[in-house]
Design a protein around this ligand. Structure first.
Ligand code: SF4
Length: 320
């Protein structure tokens, strides 16, 4: 049994004109303590919706299917009441843009202490002392507890947001584009911090980003999402050297080369609309190696090697 088990996770949204948007399709992955997985893909690929489903934070227009187990307990069972119990305590999240995570009129310290009180982790002076410890753990002075969010730089706010997410000692941390809007130096520091905390606290970390270079700095594995589906999952080493899905290869080619030895490629075309059913492979209109069968048959997810899976008909041929 793994710490976090996501099995056949699906999310649909009801939209006003009566159609349904199938935003997440049969997403599967597992994480053990201290493991780090990057969830990668273009905008609209379903990665943020996936982690919001894990947090139980999707709007009422969403229908969620499948199973999400933490230590064997299905956290999707029991609706909002159950979600309130596990959210922040078992599974916590660092949101995109730290300013959005904080109440602008409350001090940072108050906002770290509050979830501790709600979840009966600590109260009063013990909670305030713990807030100071958490701030120091993320590389900030404990005096930051007395500051308001607008008094901190972007990098400091993101560190404080990580401290807040860790207030109830979660086992799983979800980070949604945590370095967006930070300068290059602050980005690198926040990524190193997430990696260190995962190692020191045995945290299972899911890092959502559109950037494979960011994943490579923090995570051992990546799940590549396209049109709401995980089309390839494996170690960064396997994906970098011999990706089995053409979209994974294009994502690597679209990542800037720090040595400047190759040009950055753009990915042609755009992702499909999620309110229309796709009969074959969703990537087919953009795929340079598509075959006749690709627009008729959806490619099944097949195991390439242990812990490495891909959904491409070329992989079927290799497997036969
Ligand atoms: Fe391309 Fe076909 Fe593979 Fe889809 S299944 S990625 S269209 S080759």
């Amino acid at each position: 049994m793994s710490l976090l088990e996501v099995e056949a996770l699906q999310v649909w949204f009801d939209v006003p004109h009566g159609d349904r948007v199938h935003a997440v399709r049969e997403v599967d992955f597992r994480l053990d303590p201290g493991q780090r997985l990057g969830l990668v893909g273009e905008s609209g690929s379903g990665k943020t919706t996936t982690i919001l489903a894990l947090m139980g934070l999707l709007p009422p227009s969403a229908t969620v299917g499948g199973e999400v187990r933490v230590h064997g307990n299905d956290i999707l069972e029991g609706g909002e009441d159950a979600a309130r119990r596990y959210r922040w305590k078992d599974v916590a999240m660092v949101f995109q843009g730290a300013m959005n995570a904080f109440n602008p009129v409350m001090t940072i310290g108050w906002q770290i202490v509050e979830p501790m009180a709600v979840h009966h982790v600590a109260r009063g002076s013990a909670a305030r002392s713990k807030a100071g410890d958490l701030l120091e753990m993320v590389g900030l002075p404990a005096t930051v507890a007395d500051k308001y969010p607008h008094e901190l730089s972007g990098g400091m706010r993101q560190r404080a947001a990580i401290a807040m997410a860790l207030a109830c000692q979660p086992k799983v941390l979800l980070a949604d584009e945590p370095t967006t809007a930070l300068d290059v130096m602050a980005q690198a520091q926040v990524l190193q911090l997430l990696k260190r905390l995962s190692e020191e606290l045995d945290l299972a970390l899911v890092l959502v980003t559109h950037d494979l270079a960011v994943v490579s700095q923090v995570c051992e594995r990546a799940a590549v999402m396209y049109a709401g589906q995980v089309v390839e999952i494996g170690t960064m080493n396997d994906l970098y050297h011999s990706a089995r899905h053409p979209y994974t290869r294009l994502l690597f080619e679209a990542t800037p080369d720090p040595l400047g030895e190759r040009a950055v490629a753009s990915i042609p075309g755009s992702p499909p609309r999620l309110d229309q059913e796709v009969t074959g492979c969703a990537f087919q209109p953009r795929c340079s190696v598509a075959m006749d069968s690709c627009d008729r048959e959806p490619p099944p997810v097949r195991e390439v090697a242990p812990a490495w899976r891909a959904a491409c008909h070329h992989n079927d041929e290799d497997a036969l």
